[in-house]
Design a binder for this molecule. Structure first.
Ligand SMILES: Nc1nc2c(ncn2[C@@H]2O[C@H](COP(=O)(O)OP(=O)(O)OP(=O)(O)O)[C@@H](O)[C@H]2O)c(=O)[nH]1
Ligand SMILES: [Mg+2]
Length: 536
């Protein structure tokens, strides 16, 4: 085994020959030469150590990135310094050309052959050449560098005592082999054929092969660069690579959420602070009110005491103080006191959030809901039901001639219901009502089977109007009071489904009130989602 050689190919390490540079397998610490590392690397990604099978990742997919064994290189350098100048060239370059041939040693196929034995007719690496020719007799074999191996002589197959010297170039020649000797040329099957010297032909061919090799080497460079780039990209995108682009991106994403969380925490603190300030203001107001009421209470108390004392005064005295007493009683009674009502003392703090996640405390959120639908569909009846007015099913129809507004409070919403008349002559006015609406509540009379088509047509007109925009549309099928018209209802529902706009439909009954609260609930939920507010 070579003292300073690679334990795989047995060739000496070199600080000057890049292929013999000692590379450290960082997974286990063993050292092998650069060219062996290239040979045994698995797809340029990793190397299994030939001594202990430990895996070493190839950084960036390039063997050049494997650490050099600098201790060994320094040692080699010192040895090299100690070699006489005359031997240095030999030491460095002795068989570099032969190595380029990359032929196997006939003794050990893992070694690269550099020497040819003219007697054994075999190729050897330096070490195997020495070992196999160590006896007295064999050491006399003539051995030459592989590049000086004598070219083999080819004998003509037809005239075995003649050697092949020419190659036939006759286009129409149909002989089995283009190789010809003197006999073939002058007397044989190639007689009169155009021909060239075999060496010229071979050199021509070699030149072409060299050109191809050059082209392939350029292609190989391109492919290797591409492979190296792919490996770098894979490396960057692989999980766990601290400096990889995947980790960088993940970190940026984490930072983004970190910032969001920090912003959210600040907003939360602001919102909680707003609630605190609101409560403090209310307490301050109540304290002022309390102070005023306490002063008034004291005044009432002292007036009462004075008046009670007057009751037991002697007649002359009470008459004497008549004016004072009455004036005191009247002035105390006349004092204006505002006593807080129940809503002012409510401890419930209504709040909502706007789109920018800001907290708003106090007032109800005002929203306009426009009720539309054919005349007699039950709009006014629904609004009356919302206002908790009893609906008499046999009440004579009373068409709305313009519109009515009714307000109800639901959760943190003040909903203004615009009940618009549905008579045909009024329908062209609908757009003036829904243009500023936050929601549209379209009522269909569930019993008016003969008017379903008309109702859907009007609904379609409303929903196609650009003024409606993103305003949510709720369809209430009214009069679901038990006498269901199932067949017709299915037809109505399928007509509703064919509408090319998004809407929400529900069943309700103005006479019994069923389903109406649910629709109002859905409207406020939908408004909250659109406003970015939260129903309390
Ligand atoms: N049985 C029953 N009758 C209802 C119901 N809803 C409405 N009605 C009756 O239907 C008739 C018309 O109802 P309205 O509420 O006035 O209809 P409208 O949609 O306001 O009609 P216009 O104002 O003309 O657009 C009235 O006689 C109501 O009593 C219901 O759910 N059940
Ligand atoms: Mg009406």
């Amino acid at each position: 085994m070579n003292e300073y050689g690679c334990n795989v190919c047995n060739e000496e390490y070199s600080a000057r020959d890049p292929l013999k540079c000692p590379r450290v397998l960082t997974g286990c610490g063993h050292t092998i030469c650069h060219s062996c590392a290239m040979t045994i690397a698995a797809r340029n990604i990793s190397i299994f150590c030939p001594f202990d099978r430990t895996t070493t990742q190839i950084p960036g997919g390039d063997i050049k990135n494997l650490k050099k064994n600098f201790a060994l290189l320094e040692l080699l350098e010192k040895i090299y310094e100690g070699i006489p100048d005359s031997e240095k060239l030999i030491k460095i370059d002795k068989f570099s050309k032969e190595r380029l041939l990359n032929l196997e040693c006939d003794e050990n196929s893992e070694h690269v052959a550099v020497i040819y034995c003219t007697v054994c007719d075999s190729n050897f690496c330096e070490r195997c050449s020495e070992l196999s020719h160590s006896t007295n007799v064999l050491s006399k074999h003539r051995r030459v560098p592989l590049t000086e191996k004598p070219a083999p002589v080819i004998h003509c197959r037809l005239h075995s005592s003649y050697i092949v010297e020419f190659v036939c170039k006759e286009v129409s020649c149909d002989n089995e082999s283009p190789l010809m000797c003197l006999m073939c040329r002058d007397y044989g099957r190639h007689k009169g054929h155009c021909h060239v010297l075999i060496d010229i032909e071979v050199e021509d061919l070699r030149e072409k092969v060299r050109e191809h090799l050059g082209e392939l080497a350029r292609q190989s460079d391109v492919v290797n660069t591409a492979l190296s780039n792919i490996n770098n990209t894979i490396h960057e995108l692989s999980p766990g690579e601290e400096d990889g682009s995947l980790e960088e991106t993940k970190q940026e994403v984490r930072n983004h959420f970190q910032r969001l969380r920090a912003a959210l925490e600040r907003e939360e603190a602001d919102a909680v602070d707003t609630v605190d300030r609101y409560a403090r203001n209310r307490i301050d107001n109540l304290l002022t009110q309390k102070e005023r009421l306490e002063a008034f209470s004291t005044k009432i108390g002292s007036t009462c005491v004075t008046l009670q004392q007057a009751l037991i005064m002697e007649k002359a005295k009470i008459l004497d103080r008549k004016d004072d007493l009455l004036a005191l009683a009247e002035s105390t009674a006349a004092e204006q006191t505002s006593v807080p009502d129940q809503t002012q003392l409510s401890t419930r703090i209504a709040f909502s959030f706007s789109n920018d996640r800001k907290l708003h405390i106090g007032d109800f959120i005002e929203s306009r809901v426009v009720l539309l639908g054919l005349d007699g569909a039950g709009k006014t009846s629904i609004v009356r039901r919302l206002k908790k007015v009893r609906i008499d099913a046999v009440m004579a129809p009373h068409p709305t001639s313009g519109f009515n507004i009714e307000t109800i409070h639901y959760k943190n919403y003040r909903l203004n219901f615009w009940d618009v008349g549905g008579l045909p002559k009024l329908r062209h006015l609908w757009k003036h009502y829904y243009s500023n609406a936050q929601a549209i509540f379209y009522v269909i009379d569930g019993h008016a089977v003969e008017r379903f088509t008309e109702a859907i047509k009007e609904l379609n007109k409303v929903m196609s109007d650009p003024l409606v925009g993103t305003c949510p549309v709720f369809v209430g099928i009214n009069r679901r009071d038990g006498s269901a018209l199932n067949g017709h209802m299915d037809a109505l529902l399928s007509q509703l489904e064919t509408l090319p706009f998004q809407h929400h439909f529900h069943f309700c009954d103005a006479a019994t009130g069923s389903g109406i609260d649910q629709i109002i609930d859905q409207i406020t939920i939908c408004l909250s989602r659109l406003n970015g507010t939260c129903p309390v």
